[in-house]
Structure formats: C-alpha cells, structure tokens
Design a protein around this ligand. Structure first.
Ligand code: UD1
Length: 434
C-alpha cells in the first residue's frame, strides 16, 4: 500500500458571505452551549437515565456525548426532539482521554462529577495547561480542600479521594465559571457542608444548580456569589431543559444593528442580556422586549460603544468580538477592555484584513469606526471570533470567505440556514486549500 502523503491542497469548508443585505425576520434560539455540556456532565452524578432537552445541534455536544460513552454511559441524541438521553451505569469509568479533551477544553467539566461519584478521575490536561497553571488552579485547590489528592502525570490530571469528599469552605480568587461548576458538582455528593465564596453567577450556573436541585441536591444561594451546598448520599436522574443561549441571542442582536435590519429573537431571556441590549440601544437601535424574547431594529450607521468585559452580570467576554465587529463600522471610536481572555484580541488581525482599524495594547483595544469594510479571505480562530468575522462579512463590500468553519460549528446551531432565512447571502462551500 502506498504511504499516505500529506497534502497541502486538501479540501476545506469555508463560508462565503456577500455583504449588503439587512437582516429581517425572526430566529428561534436553542439551549446554551455553555450550559448543556455541564448538564450532560452532571448526569454522571446519578445512575439511571437523565434526559436533557432544548439541546443545540453543535459539534461540542457530540464530543461530550462521545466522552460520556467512553466513561461507560449510553448516550442517544434525538435530533427531532432536541433531546439527549444519558444512561449512566452504577460504576462509570473515570478516564477522559486526550483525543477528546484536546478538541474541547470544556471536557474538564467531568472532573467534579467523577471525583464525587467514582472517587477518582484521570482527565487529560487541555493544551497549554499544567497543574499549577492559571487555567485550572482554582478547580484543583477546591477539590484539594475537600480532601481529594490531585497530581499531574504524563499529561493527565489525576484526582483521587481516599474515602468520600468532605465538605469544606472554599473561595475563588476570581469568579471562574468552570471552577464554580467543578466544586459545585463535587460538593453535592460530599459529606457535610461546602461553601463556595466568590462563586460565578452566570445564568448557566443557575441552570446547573436548578438541575442539581431537581436531582435531589441541597443548594442555597443560587444566583448569588455565595453557594451553600449540603451534601447528600445520592442523587436521582431527571429531565431538564437547557437555558436559552444568551450569547447566540446577543450575536443576532448585533447582526441586526450592523446590517440596519429588524430581527426578533424568540425563545430568549432578555434579562440575561441586560447590559448587551443597553449597548445596542446606545449604538442607536430600538430594542423591544417580547413575551418570549426581544426585537432589535436599526436604521442608519451605528454609533461606537465602549465595552468592558467582566464576569456576569457584567458584559460577557463571549460577545466581545461581535461588538468589536460592530464598532469597526460605527461612527466614532470605542475603547474595548477585555478582562477575561487576552488571547481574544487575536481575531483583530483577521478583522484588519477586511479594513477594520483596531489597535490593541494589552487588554485594551481602540476601535476607530470606518465607513465601510471590504470583503477578503479571513480565518476564524475560535467560536466567537468566527461569529464576529461573519458579522463583518455581512456588511463588507463584496465577498468575504471565512476559513476555520469548524470553530463556528462548535457553538452556533444552524447558523447558515438561519442567516439565509433572515435574508443574508451566505453559503457553505468546500474549497481546495491552496
Ligand atoms: C466559560 C465559558 C466561556 C466563557 C467563560 C467566561 C464554557 C464551556 N466556557 O469558560 O465561553 O468565555 O466561561 O464567561 O462554559 N481561570 C484561572 N484559574 C482557574 C479557572 C479559570 O485562572 O482555575 C481564569 C482563566 O484562565 C480565564 C478566567 O479565569 O482567564 C475565566 O475563566 P472561567 O470563568 O473559568 O471560564 P471557563 O469556565 O473556562
């Protein structure tokens, strides 16, 4: 057999966007990526069949399903019903391999449930992390305070509990979403009381708390920065509907403003987007609250809006690239401050290929609005950067080709058909990568 040859011109998928069409009509949201993955992991806490509904059709859900299967669960995804059913055995396995973790950093969310339920977890370290790194230090510190022995070896984070986790007073240096979830999912089955001080308060945290409470967990302070958890001996499976995706909702709002359109976002919870919707109003949009969502209307060129990303209820970092795209065509200049992930500004270099005027310095970006952008090939470097580039393509002159489509697939369910339904000129194509 001839040896496989590396090919520099293998076909890749791209999105081709032709700008200049105002988006008009309505879209219906599905559940939040950043919640559903954790809800699926939480199913591990109870033997039997847990059903999660309002599940988005995104790649990360398939990766999490595969991870749970490798742990011994039976997982079916009923696309027609937007539901995932997870049957968890009495004794799940406890190893999460690198081939899946490298594809999805959020795989780390099985750590807490496995330690609580099985007393051990071997989870491959996501790229770039080691045990003392910023990325996981608070997860590890929390589990250690609860009596877990945590080490790292051969690229794996190894956690073991001699007997059963013991409730403890824990605190976070920063209200990390992931660390709050890890400690919370460990604490619900620990012996005694756990306190998480400076906990994250994101709607996705409230969502998982609600599901855990339905499973029999005892949690107080839900939605505040102090969570009090009284551990119980066992939990039972439930059916739970995923909270709507506030980041996808916000992305549609920005798209309406940038294109001078009129979009109703159904199935959204506008309360989860208070600051972002106010920013759209500051940019000049009319935002109406609907019984099941909101509507954003815009005429003319938007005004520039300053953004400072912060943990919830602050402005979400996951909407920062979309607002940089908005500011790139706005009247005036905006200062965007990113307090969570500095690497988020990497996408600015791609936006510059479309003619955007953005200067970054550390965690600040100065965006000077231009009257127009001009279509060009660009590469999505992560999910939200991908969304930001597509939005820019919707208003750029001519055709924008967005590479790195798999990033967008990780977070946006049916993005292209929804955009077409609103009147955008966009298609998904396979091209030779030369
Ligand atoms: C989650 C979301 C992500 C969102 C982020 C902030 C998922 C799958 N992802 O990510 O889309 O942008 O919340 O809203 O839900 N940190 C530490 N030590 C730790 C943990 C985190 O230093 O132990 C740092 C991180 O490096 C980062 C910051 O804290 O700079 C925020 O992280 P965190 O809130 O944990 O975000 P994620 O849960 O990773």
């Amino acid at each position: 057999m001839p040896a496989a040859r590396a090919s520099y011109d293998a076909p890749v998928e791209v999105l081709r966007v032709t700008g200049g069409h105002p988006l008009q009509g309505e879209v219906t949201l599905t559940g939040a990526k950043n919640s559903v993955l954790k809800l699926m992991a939480a199913a591990l806490l109870a033997p039997g069949t847990t059903t999660i509904t309002n599940v988005p059709e995104i790649l990360d859900v398939e990766i999490m399903a595969e991870l749970l299967r490798r742990l011994g669960c039976d997982v079916t995804h009923d696309l027609a019903a937007s539901a995932v059913r997870i049957t968890v055995p009495e004794n799940p396995d406890h190893r999460a391999d690198y081939d899946l973790v490298r594809r999805m950093r959020a795989s780390i969310c099985v750590l807490g449930p496995l330690v609580a339920r099985v007393g051990a977890a071997d989870v491959a370290l996501p790229g770039g992390d080691n045990i003392g790194s910023r990325g996981l230090d608070m997860h590890v510190a929390g589990l250690r305070r609860m009596g877990a022995d945590v080490s790292s070896e051969h690229g794996y984070l190894l956690a073991q509990v001699p007997d059963r986790l013991t409730g403890a007073h824990t605190w976070l240096d920063f209200p990390s979403v992931g660390a709050t979830e890890t400690i919370l999912m460990a604490a619900v089955l620990a012996r005694g009381e756990t306190v998480i001080d400076n906990a994250a308060r994101e709607p996705e945290i409230v969502d998982i708390c609600t599901m855990l409470q339905a499973m029999g967990a005892r949690i107080d302070g839900v939605g505040t920065s102090t969570l009090l958890i009284e551990g119980v001996d066992q939990l039972h499976p439930v059916e739970h509907a995923t909270v709507p995706d506030r980041i996808v909702a916000g992305t549609w709002g920005v798209a309406a403003v940038m294109t001078g359109g009129d979009v109703a976002v159904r199935g959204a919870n506008a309360e989860h987007l208070t600051i972002a919707l106010e920013k759209l109003e500051t940019a000049g949009a009319v935002v109406d609250l609907l019984a099941d969502g909101f509507r954003v209307r815009m005429e003319g060129r938007p005004r520039a809006v300053d953004i400072v990303t912060l943990p919830y209820p602050g402005f979400p970092t996951d909407l920062q690239p979309q607002f940089i795209a908005l500011n790139s065509i706005a009247e005036g200049a905006a200062l965007v401050t990113e307090n969570l992930f500095e690497a988020r500004f990497r996408f600015v270099q791609e936006l510059a290929r479309l003619g955007a005027d953005v200067r970054t310095d550390g965690h600040h970006a100065l965006v000077r609005g231009r009257g127009s952008l001009s279509g060009a090939p660009v590469e999505a470097t992560d999910i939200r950067a991908g969304a930001g580039l597509v939005l820019a393509g919707l208003v750029a002159d001519g055709c924008t080709t967005v590479y790195g489509v798999s990033h967008i697939d990780r977070g946006y369910s049916g993005f292209v058909p929804s955009l077409r339904g609103l009147g955008a000129e966009i298609s998904r194509e396979e091209v030779s990568d030369r």
